[in-house]
Ligand binder design. Structure first.
Ligand code: SF4
Length: 369
């Protein structure tokens, strides 16, 4: 997508007008040297500080869901990069803290009706709080339903799980990772009911788009077209549910320009946040087999830093950047190994942004049609 857009006007894309939910509009001025945190981009931390007066810490949860891309509905091997943890390898339950059993790996069918053991969500929340107590400076948390597809189940079950998390006094809100094709009307209706039942709390939805390019989407076995993503974002608007989109940088076959096209496309979708994630090759995935067969290479640190700078500059300054690296589990990481030192990546990125006077939104709208 190369449609010219202006950063200080509501951009449009494929008939979709930007509409950031009012509940998450930032009070931070747009055209400032930084975004309220000394950083040249809008971070989740700065958003939390602006809205809650403190940093909120995420507790990753595995609520026992599976995924249509694994249970045989759409496929049985999952997205090509997805590890056995279903993007939830950091969930408290995954390290034996909670009580949920580990999920089978790629190629194994799972039971979509399987339920977590009684009390396990509470155990994971408690374990997450205990883990975070050492480093947190705030007093509240985000319950992050991370592993697999967290709206893939009966609404009654979703209601029970989400209500349980929202009922906790120190949970500021919940973030629900799911697929655009797993957001039927009943689920959006549930979100509306929960918003009424828990008026002081937020509900975010995280969608794993990864790329706007259909050829890449077919390779990674995403299992839905871009139009499905657009429909889901549109469907969530009336409920005023902020949407966070996951993008993977470095997918096989994608050029730098293709990745920037994905970022620019999001500027016009009315989403609230984005997670920019480096492609990780993890043990036990089909992506690892292609990598070992020499079918593609992962990005170097230099390539990733340079690309990230361009992506941040191209991204609308209204969008909250939740992540600029990946969080792949080190015990499964095959490549790129430099990504394991997350602190180093962040330090180098911030230094480069500063040295080159790059800030979020600087080039948004400058692309030529
Ligand atoms: S949709 Fe998510 S959980 Fe399902 S296979 Fe893909 S990455 Fe894994």
């Amino acid at each position: 997508m190369t449609r010219a857009q202006k950063t200080d006007q509501a951009p449009e894309a494929d008939g979709m007008q930007e509409r950031v939910p009012s509940a998450v509009r930032s009070g931070i001025p747009r055209k400032t040297e930084d975004f309220g945190n000394g950083m040249p981009y809008r971070t989740l931390s700065s958003w939390c500080l602006a809205h809650y007066g403190e940093k909120l810490y995420k507790i990753s949860l595995d609520a026992g869901f599976t995924c249509p891309n694994r249970d045989g509905t759409l496929g049985s091997r999952g997205c090509i990069f997805c590890s056995a943890g279903g993007s939830g390898d950091f969930a408290a339950g995954r390290d034996g803290i909670g009580s949920l059993p580990r999920r089978p790996g790629p190629g194994t069918q799972t039971d979509p009706e399987r339920r977590p053991e009684a009390g396990s969500l509470r155990a994971q929340l408690d374990a997450g709080k205990a883990l975070l107590s050492r480093k947190r400076t705030g007093s509240r948390f985000i319950a992050y339903f991370q592993a697999y597809t967290n709206t893939y189940g009966p609404v009654s079950r979703l209601e029970r799980l989400f209500s349980e998390a929202l009922s906790e006094p120190d949970i500021a809100g919940i973030s629900i990772a799911t697929r655009p094709d797993c957001l039927p009307e009943e689920v959006i209706g549930l979100f509306l009911r929960l918003k009424k039942s828990f008026p002081g709390k937020f509900i975010w939805v995280e969608l794993g788009l990864q790329t706007i390019h259909e050829k890449t989407a077919a390779y990674i076995r995403r299992g839905y077209p871009l139009s499905r993503f657009d429909e889901a974002v549109r469907a969530l608007r009336p409920a005023d549910i902020p949407v966070v989109v996951h993008v993977i940088l470095g997918l096989p076959g994608e050029t730098r320009e293709m990745m920037l096209q994905t970022v620019r496309y999001l500027n016009g979708c009315g989403i609230w946040g984005v997670k920019l994630q480096l492609l990780h090759v993890l043990e036990g995935t089909d992506l690892a087999a292609d990598y070992r067969a020499g079918l593609f290479q992962t990005l170097s640190l230099e390539e990733y830093l340079s690309l990230l700078c361009d992506c941040i500059a191209a991204l609308s300054p209204e969008i909250v950047i939740h992540r600029v690296t990946g969080d792949g589990p080190k015990r499964l990481l095959i490549a790129p190994l430099w990504s394991a030192d997350k602190r180093n990546v962040l330090n180098l990125l911030h230094r480069r942004l500063k040295q080159n006077a790059i800030r979020q939104g600087q080039t948004a709208g400058l692309e030529t049609p």
